[in-house]
Design a protein around this ligand. Sequence first.
Ligand SMILES: C[S@@+](CC[C@H](N)C(=O)[O-])C[C@H]1O[C@@H](n2cnc3c(N)ncnc32)[C@H](O)[C@@H]1O
Length: 402
Amino acid sequence: MMALLLDTRLLLRRVQDLRSLTPRRHRVKDKWAATRPKYPPTSLALQHFDATYSVQLGQLWPSVRVALLSERKYGALLNNFSSDDDVLADLRAKGCSDFINDTDTEAQLGLKQDSESVVQEESKEDAVKKSDVDGQQLSPLKLSPNIKCAVFPRGDITQFKPARPDMYRLLGYYLLDAASVLPCLALNVQEGHYVLDLCAAPGGKALAILQAQAIRFLCVNDTSASRTTRLRQVLHSYVPKEFLNEKNLRITSFDGTKWGEIETNTFDRVLVDVPCTTDRHSLTEDDNNIFNKTRTGERRRLPQVQLELLLAGIQAACPGGEIMYSTCTLSQIQNLRVVEQAIHLAKEKHNITLEVVDLRPLTHMFRKTFHFAPTLHLGEMVIPHLAANFGPIYMCKLRRLT
Ligand SMILES: C[S@@+](CC[C@H](N)C(=O)[O-])C[C@H]1O[C@@H](n2cnc3c(N)ncnc32)[C@H](O)[C@@H]1O
């Protein structure tokens, strides 16, 4: 009996000891509980997108939503300046293909058995007809064969390893959303061109444009000083020092909306890759999120800033020059509406006439790699899909007639 009493007392003491070691639940609030916003920006973004994109995209929205909330897919933009000649071969050995140049004729014609293919219901006859259209329409597009981007096949979510430096410490590839190479390809830079990248940091698209190895002069600009520093670092990690001189390249940090006051009628090609709601980032990262309550004003001003940037880009182009407007949002207000207004205001305020360049041949050519939104009346848009989780990327190309 005595032994049992002792055992019980010992047991009680152990329990008390343990209690003193374990803090009572809710006695002290966890630190994060006090600072965590009631409505995290990612949740606010999802609410906003559910309300707007369900109307804009209709039946497509649920599948785009799932893809946007899932792991994104990258592409590896090959660096032609690297002295390592085996990079693409190594990536191919891992199962990648260069989505721009590895379009073998059979696959182009849709004759290959591909259970996942977006064109799986396309008859052989249709495919052959479309291929003829490709041939005719793609020749004026003159895509640069030097721009190469490796991707894993549809449905394959293998991740790329970080790029390795060559003997000159230049990296072999740059990881980016493969769809963001499309505006650079469609910009169609030709030998001897003067090119302006108005919102260039961190520099993925500038790097893609440089791969064409045709440019006479590239001006890269970004209003953010910290992002311009990042842009410089990127250029130094991928482009040889000999190229990074004032004769070939200018790095500036101006407010791009004012470019029309600085330099007009100058560039053969202008890329206007504007700040936007960066839909994928807004849904997945609370840090630096434009849906943060403190940034509501900035978010509401975006369409106006985008319009001013596009108008400045249009003015910076020379007559006959081409301007590419691009975003990484699905929002009609930031995409088509901005382009419509810019075309109108360019005429009204600056007497500049523009024509919209048809990018359908490009979308047709890359229909096996990306999902494109059904016909938009202005521009083209890559929409995220679980089997090919790239985008969103909107692009619209304008040509200055006057
Ligand atoms: C979508 S990001 C550009 C991405 C870049 N083109 C790339 O491919 O890496 C938009 C950029 O616009 C810059 N930006 C925002 N407002 C600007 C302005 N008024 N003038 C110039 N750049 C601006 C931002 O700092 C940001 O780096």
